[in-house]
Design a protein around this ligand. Structure first.
Ligand code: SAM
Length: 98
């Protein structure tokens, strides 16, 4: 996790979302804006990247864990904006694999 900007009351962290969320205090985030990777669509060339899990079910579980971590840092008056991947394909894929 790297701080790439720290000016006035803005601190910009860069790193694995799970690591950054783990370092943020509880109930400290007012707004979460996210565009998670789609499943199996792109290799961003980063170790531990989300979206290249061995199965859609594991991808969904990864995102579930990330959003659970977001929930911990959510301030009471939080706002979320999420660009949602093609869930129905992911869920159907995971379902079909059962
Ligand atoms: C769908 S793209 C978002 C693109 C971005 N909204 C934009 O307009 O450029 C998903 C992004 O998630 C990043 N990513 C993948 N795994 C990650 C992880 N574990 N932690 C943080 N970012 C991750 C990828 O590097 C990629 O930039």
């Amino acid at each position: 996790m790297t701080v790439v900007l720290a000016e006035h009351d803005v601190t910009l962290h860069c790193g694995d979302v799970r690591d950054i969320l783990a370092h943020l205090p509880s109930e400290s985030v007012n707004c979460c804006v996210t565009s998670p990777p789609y499943y199996g669509l792109r290799d961003y060339g980063v170790d531990g990247q989300i979206g290249l899990e061995p199965s859609p079910a594991e991808y969904v579980e990864t995102l579930r864990q990330v959003f659970a971590a977001v929930r911990r840092v959510d301030a009471p008056q939080r706002r979320h904006l999420a660009q949602v991947p093609q869930w129905w394909r992911v869920v159907v894929g995971a379902y079909r694999e059962r």
